[in-house]
Design a binder for this molecule. Structure first.
Ligand code: NAP
Ligand code: F7E
Length: 317
């Protein structure tokens, strides 16, 4: 039975990846924090082995790695909010940049280093000179989060080349689902549309409505993470849909799903504008399609509609 260890297992991607691996008869271990909310794991928690640690706590993480001796490590843990990274730049770099470096160094010291997946981000491209971006596009991060991810991504490449680790980066563009965190824009909009429909909320305050992103489905992206670690050789892959949509398009779709006119409820609020907001981040997933046989399938409209209807169903009583 193959054994996997997932950092950030309580998050959106961690929860879907855990289910994917369980369905393939993996023994699945995960790292959670004392404070982690485990609601995304609820229905299959009994089949997991959960370990409590903060990624900043080297001694504990090293012990977990040694004791579990995984065949595959999926590194998804870390501060994941770009806006917050402007307020908490140091903590963001600690958990993403140094957190990833620590893990790589620990893995390298193991008698049998496991295969390693790192969740990199389109934010490494920041202000790209070309669109769409691919694995050859230079890193030009424009946010503290993007800068920390660029460091982590490059350390994966360095450890792979220098020490022969089987380590891969998934350069992930935005991916969403009904399990998306509340403070990301798609979930914020879908939950608000549902709450306004049900009379639990009166209006929705947002930042830049014209901002655009390449939004895919998280359930498809975790499959590609797994595929990367099943290849004969390690490599980095862009995971993206290749299509851009605006925040306004998310709003229009979510409010249409509940039969409301968004213009009656949405207002712009400078508090949600960012000091720097990467534009033109759209990815070319051709390499993933060619080598992994992975192709994004979900439609943007179906995904946002699903998230909104799911928010209607799971609304607090
Ligand atoms: P998420 O829902 O925010 O999950 C991140 C997880 O990391 C959370 O469970 C969190 O634990 C854990 N974590 C944060 N800091 C930690 C620390 N210091 N020690 C231990 N655990 C810590 O994020 P996601 O959407 O699943 O994304 C997974 C990964 O992919 C992240 O690394 C993210 O940066 C990257 N990524 C995501 C996207 C996307 O669109 N979803 C795109 C590009 C890259 P708590 O539950 O305790 O907070
Ligand atoms: O913002 C704009 C905001 O926070 C998307 C993370 O998973 O993907 C994600 O980062 C866009 C931005 O995602 C609000 O300015 C407008 O232009 O949902 P988001 P993100 O920043 O793209 C990348 C690839 C990651 O790696 C990250 O981990 O929406 N926007 N108004 C807003 N965003 C938020 N959160 N809230 C608003 O009110």
């Amino acid at each position: 039975m193959p054994r996997a260890l997932i950092t950030g297992i309580a998050g959106q991607d961690g929860s879907y990846l855990a289910e994917w691996l369980l369905a393939r008869d993996y023994e699945v271990h995960g790292i959670v924090r004392e404070s982690s909310c485990l609601k995304r794991l609820q229905s299959f928690k009994a089949r997991l082995v959960l370990h409590c640690a903060d990624l900043n706590d080297s001694a504990t993480v090293r012990r977990i790695l040694t004791e579990t001796a995984p065949d595959e490590v999926y590194h998804l843990g870390g501060q994941s909010h770009v806006g917050l990274s402007f307020e908490q730049a140091e903590a963001t770099c600690e958990s993403i940049a140094i957190g990833t470096l620590r893990l790589l160094e620990m893995i390298r010291a193991l008698p049998q280093p496991p295969r390693f997946f790192n969740a990199s981000s389109s934010e490494v491209f920041g202000r790209p000179e070309t669109s769409p971006q691919d694995e050859q596009t230079p890193f030009r991060p424009a946010t503290p989060y993007g800068c920390a991810k660029a460091f982590a991504t490059q350390m994966v490449v360095i450890e792979r080349h220098t020490f022969g680790l089987f380590a891969c980066n998934g350069i992930l563009y935005n991916h969403e689902s009904p399990r998306r965190g509340d403070n990301f824009v798609t979930q914020k909009i879908c939950r608000a549309a549902a709450a306004i429909k049900q009379g639990r909320q009166q209006e929705l305050s947002l930042g830049n409505l014209s901002s655009q992103r390449d939004w895919g489905d998280a359930r498809e992206y975790v499959q590609a993470m797994w595929l990367m670690l099943q290849q004969a050789t390690p490599a980095d892959y862009v995971l993206a849909t290749g299509k851009l949509h605006s925040v306004q398009a998310v709003v229009e779709t979510a409010f249409a799903a509940v039969g409301l006119n968004w213009r009656d409820y949405v207002k712009m609020d400078p508090r949600f504008m960012r000091p720097e907001d990467p534009a033109r981040l759209v990815g070319n997933p051709a390499k993933a399609e060619k080598i992994l046989g992975w192709r994004p399938i979900a439609s943007f409209t179906r995904l946002i509609t699903e998230m909104t209807l799911s928010a209607l169903e799971t609304a607090p009583a």
